[in-house]
Design a protein around this ligand. Structure first.
Ligand code: GLY
Length: 346
């Protein structure tokens, strides 16, 4: 039986690029490096453990792990290494790893010599279905996540499902959380497909969103379905160890909450809310908070201003698909939050 292998093109005019989804694809990396590239800097982390052989001169540059490594210090380190390798505008960066690596290496590539080419080998499920596609590169500041960055599209992306075999279970679950949102962005029945086809379907959908709205004017923001509550859970989790959720797990809880809010606003049926539970639970993801949290604390983070008691913005489902809904009454959100946490201890 032949292996599933799909090439999906992100059509952006002269910045178009292919995304390859399949198995055992890393060994073909060399053939995706353009023939005019003189040198390659492979940016990765020690824990990734994938180092393909290239026929042209190359060097491996290791960066740290975790969100704190996604920093301007790492950008400075990477650009210094590129300079000491004598890299110029014809050369290329290849990021091998998850979103932390591709975001950081991509931004270093966007900045070095005012922009050189980069390609990505996405080794986590989260990066395969989201972070590696679409050219959002950047790093964190102490003041917040992804505050410095650039839209800089890669030359190619490789999503090799075989690299997921060694992914820790929690990381894998995190990717499933981002995957679950696509079931409500046009990928009906997603969860019933083999994993490799699920990844390809998510990449196809993400490519369409990026093609329609590369710089997140409006439509691309719909990719943040489930993220309003998720970001609040993640932010509160820094202070409250009972909310120790990874991004994708928090997105799963955020999807359920968004469905309940949409139902309460008369936008979707109770059957559609159950569809959200079905998808989230079929992936083994959490569908509720583990403990009660002060609703106004959550609302304060969601409105990004503790003093703001005006209105809130959510991505919400409707019979014609998800939409950005602004000016949602805070009292209504509070009521739905209280119901959502009903019966929990805390
Ligand atoms: N992760 C959302 C986006 O790429 O727009």
């Amino acid at each position: 039986m032949s292996r599933f292998n799909q090439k999906i093109v992100v059509n952006l005019g002269d910045r178009s690029y292919p995304v390859y989804v399949g198995e055992q694809l890393v060994r073909d990396l060399a053939q995706h490096i353009p023939s005019d590239v003189g040198k390659v800097a492979i940016v990765t982390q020690e824990s990734v453990g994938i180092l393909p052989e290239l026929e042209i001169p190359s060097a491996v540059v290791y960066m740290g792990s975790g969100e704190h490594a996604k920093s301007l210090d790492t950008i400075a380190m990477l650009c210094s290494r590129f300079a000491s390798m004598g890299m110029n505008r014809r050369d290329m960066v290849v990021a091998i790893g998850g979103g932390v690596v591709s975001d950081t290496a991509g931004f270093a590539a966007a900045s070095f010599h005012r922009g050189i080419r980069y390609g990505t080998v996405a080794t986590t499920l989260l990066s395969q279905v989201d972070a590696a596609i679409g050219g959002k590169t950047g790093v964190n500041l102490p003041e917040g996540k992804n505050l410095v960055g650039a839209f800089w599209q890669p030359s190619f992306v490789i999503c090799d499902i075989s690299s997921l075999d060694s992914l820790p279970q929690r990381e894998y679950l995190c990717g499933l959380g981002e995957m679950a949102k696509y079931a409500f962005l046009g990928a009906e029945g997603l969860e019933k497909l083999p994993l490799v086809e699920q990844v390809a379907m998510c990449v196809n959908i993400k490519a369409q969103f990026v093609e329609d709205d590369e710089r997140e004017g409006d439509k691309r923001a719909l990719l943040n379905y489930g993220h309003t509550l998720a970001h609040a859970i993640e932010a509160l989790g820094f202070e409250d160890s009972r909310l120790d959720f990874r991004h994708g797990e928090a997105v799963a809880i955020g999807l359920i909450f968004a469905a309940k809010l949409a139902h309460r606003m008369g936008r979707i049926s109770s059957q559609r809310v159950l569809d959200h539970y079905r998808v989230v639970e079929s992936y083994g993801l959490p569908s509720r908070l583990p403990v009660k949290v002060e609703p106004d604390l959550v609302i304060g983070v969601m409105s990004k201003d503790k003093k703001s008691f005006g209105t809130l913005t959510f991505v919400l489902d409707s019979p014609s698909g998800v939409e950005v809904v602004r000016d949602i009454d805070v009292d209504l959100v509070r009521e739905v939050l209280v119901e959502f946490m009903d019966g929990l201890s805390g």
